[in-house]
Ligand binder design. Sequence first.
Ligand code: NAG
Ligand code: NAG
Ligand code: NAG
Ligand code: NAG
Ligand code: NAG
Ligand code: NAG
Ligand code: NAG
Ligand code: NAG
Ligand code: NAG
Ligand code: NAG
Length: 655
Amino acid sequence: MSFITSLSVFSLHLLLLLVGFFLNPVISDPRGETVAQMCNNRTMTPQQRSLVVTNFLAAMDAVSPLLEAKGYGQVVNGTGNLTVYAYGECMKDLDKKDCDLCFAQIKAKVPRCLPFQQITRGGRVFSDGCYVRYDEYNFFNETLSSQDLTNCSDKEITGVNRTLFRDNAEELVKFMSVEAVRNGGFYAGIVDRHNVTAHGLAQCWEPLTRGGCAECLTNASEQIGSCLGKEEGRALNAGCYMRFSTQKFYNNSGNSTSDGSGGHNHLVVILTVTCSVVAFVLLVCAVCFLYTKKRAKKQRENKQLGSLLMLANKSNLCFSYENLEKATDYFSDKNKLGQGGSGSVFKGVLRNGKTIAVKRLFFNTKQWVDHFFNEVNLISQIDHKNLVKLLGCSITGPESLLVYEYIANKSLHDYLFERRDVPPLDWGKRFKILLGTAEGMAYLHEESNLRIIHRDIKLSNILLEHDFTPRIADFGLARMFPGDKTHISTAIAGTRGYMAPEYVVRGKLTEKADVYSFGVLMIEVITRKRNNAFSQDASSIIQTVWSLYGTSNLVQIVDPVLGDKFNKMEASRLLEIGLLCVQAAFEQRPAMSAVVKMMRGNMEIPTPTQPPFLNPESVLEVRKMMSPTDSPMEDQSQSSGWRIDNISESFFEPR
Ligand SMILES: *[C@@H]1O[C@H](CO)[C@@H](O)[C@H](O)[C@H]1NC(C)=O
Ligand SMILES: *[C@@H]1O[C@H](CO)[C@@H](O)[C@H](O)[C@H]1NC(C)=O
Ligand SMILES: *[C@@H]1O[C@H](CO)[C@@H](O)[C@H](O)[C@H]1NC(C)=O
Ligand SMILES: *[C@@H]1O[C@H](CO)[C@@H](O)[C@H](O)[C@H]1NC(C)=O
Ligand SMILES: *[C@@H]1O[C@H](CO)[C@@H](O)[C@H](O)[C@H]1NC(C)=O
Ligand SMILES: *[C@@H]1O[C@H](CO)[C@@H](O)[C@H](O)[C@H]1NC(C)=O
Ligand SMILES: *[C@@H]1O[C@H](CO)[C@@H](O)[C@H](O)[C@H]1NC(C)=O
Ligand SMILES: *[C@@H]1O[C@H](CO)[C@@H](O)[C@H](O)[C@H]1NC(C)=O
Ligand SMILES: *[C@@H]1O[C@H](CO)[C@@H](O)[C@H](O)[C@H]1NC(C)=O
Ligand SMILES: *[C@@H]1O[C@H](CO)[C@@H](O)[C@H](O)[C@H]1NC(C)=O
């Protein structure tokens, strides 16, 4: 009888523990959701910008492996006033895998501090699982700063006695600010009195001294006092993080007996006794459970990998990281072809002698490996004489790589503006390039059945072959991360002068935004002048062409280097088509297939309406209001709506 009783008590506990184990919401939660983002407002010049971005990316890349090894990482990259200091740390209760995931998540958010056009010299992102910061000075042991925040939940306490929870939380917060300092800078635990539990976690960043940690947490515990009475509160300081909550949000499974103070000791005793009885069985169960789980996971992974590999073998899309490393001579600088919004591009030669271009992506694709691979698979099927073919990718190495065919002759931008060693492009070549580009875009938009919006049509994305056949580079990248609105390519991409006004202002992205960019490109190629829509003087080349439209003098704007060796009818037709493409009203811009027809003379050219007039002051205003937290590249309607709509009127000031 007593045996049966103890057995049933025993099973009950076992059941409860296992249920707790299964229901425990913190199991494998990287807690990567952003809680707060702070960007400072020190900006730099466009000249410094690209250099700092390079250092920033190098520093961020270097933080990740450190974080993996030690749970935190501090990196300095660059020299002089271009130096970037970067820091990342995970909460000490996260395991390695969750730490990785968490950091990947918030790392993708920091570039939001790099708004388009301008760059701020510092920013931080707090999530509940990890922290990242970069700045222009050595902040590693900074304890408090003027940007520190207290974030209180707006939910009043429900379900438990408010007064009691408040008291418990208050005690917990005080306790944590002392205990964490004693405990090497970290504490996670509860205060549980009168059947009401407050959960909390406090952590100082690793570089802080003991004194710095105490100073930071003392301030945090006082700041967080304003949240008592709410369900949850957080103090987000330069040197530390503190949070309390009605819910358990941390993982202390490694230390389940330490999470307490106050009156739940009897519970601990019961648990300890029970545990000593069930320890053995539990151990066996846990081992069994973990083993099965692990095996199931492994099987799943194998299965996934298997189908990926099969797909890869079938399509020859997979390149090994090592081979690509060797092909590019370990990504040596002498093989670097350029740097785009989403990654640097290197020239490489495969063992079979084939020359390729390898793009090293800035953003982390580990979380989306199969999605990424599927996209590569789809996009690699796109084959058109005016598009740079994507040959495959590498997803197995430490970073993701895309492999493209190599186009020998550099970009249209180099041809028009950089190279002095080549004769200027004659009219015939310019026409051929523009027509081919239009055909490639028509294919992307209308014929490819993937409906790809390029998003970054510009001179440097048009590559030229020996016979001046244009090839559009870098399409489809934006498509690969539809749900991820923050990856670095969108944060930095979108080249000034080419962006359609509705895209800049409202984030409205359709094919017509590409058509706008094409119009700008067309006018640039014909006039060999850059369009500086955002420059201080408002006399953009588009405005100049528009003001000449309707006069008999439209072709006077054509690149003077051509002399009179060009077809005047054709030039004036193309300029008109260019104006059609850059009309302010995006519905009125023609589809790319229509552009092709008009260029070939197979379709009448309608009368263009006026292009957007970009008033430089309102543009500056828009930029200020969008930065730092609202990236204009971020689609869409739901974000940052009202502020931008309010000023869009003045943005398009009538002439
Ligand atoms: C506080 O955090 C929540 C997310 O947990 C966020 O939505 C809110 O904007 C934050 N408030 C402040 C003032 O940062
Ligand atoms: C920059 O921020 C500081 C406080 O963080 C503020 O005093 C200053 O006015 C800001 N400057 C600009 C140009 O917004
Ligand atoms: C910055 O990062 C680059 C690229 O990883 C590296 O080559 C360089 O040595 C770093 N510079 C410093 C000062 O650490
Ligand atoms: C950065 O340093 C360079 C040379 O050391 C100097 O020309 C430039 O003005 C500095 N820029 C700023 C913003 O301090
Ligand atoms: C912080 O670090 C800097 C540079 O490493 C050092 O000069 C300074 O004394 C440190 N401050 C504190 C409070 O530890
Ligand atoms: C909460 O607890 C306090 C102290 O035990 C008690 O006085 C109060 O009536 C309780 N309030 C509610 C709403 O239960
Ligand atoms: C805590 O709850 C138990 C049952 O749920 C009850 O027996 C006990 O009296 C409660 N203790 C306090 C201090 O409210
Ligand atoms: C905590 O730090 C903030 C920011 O520096 C400061 O405004 C506040 O006065 C500090 N509070 C205490 C109690 O030191
Ligand atoms: C929880 O913490 C324990 C001990 O620190 C660790 O072994 C375990 O992997 C952690 N689990 C998660 C999901 O973070
Ligand atoms: C577990 O708790 C004990 C007692 O509070 C503490 O000394 C120990 O450092 C804790 N261990 C971990 C891994 O947090």
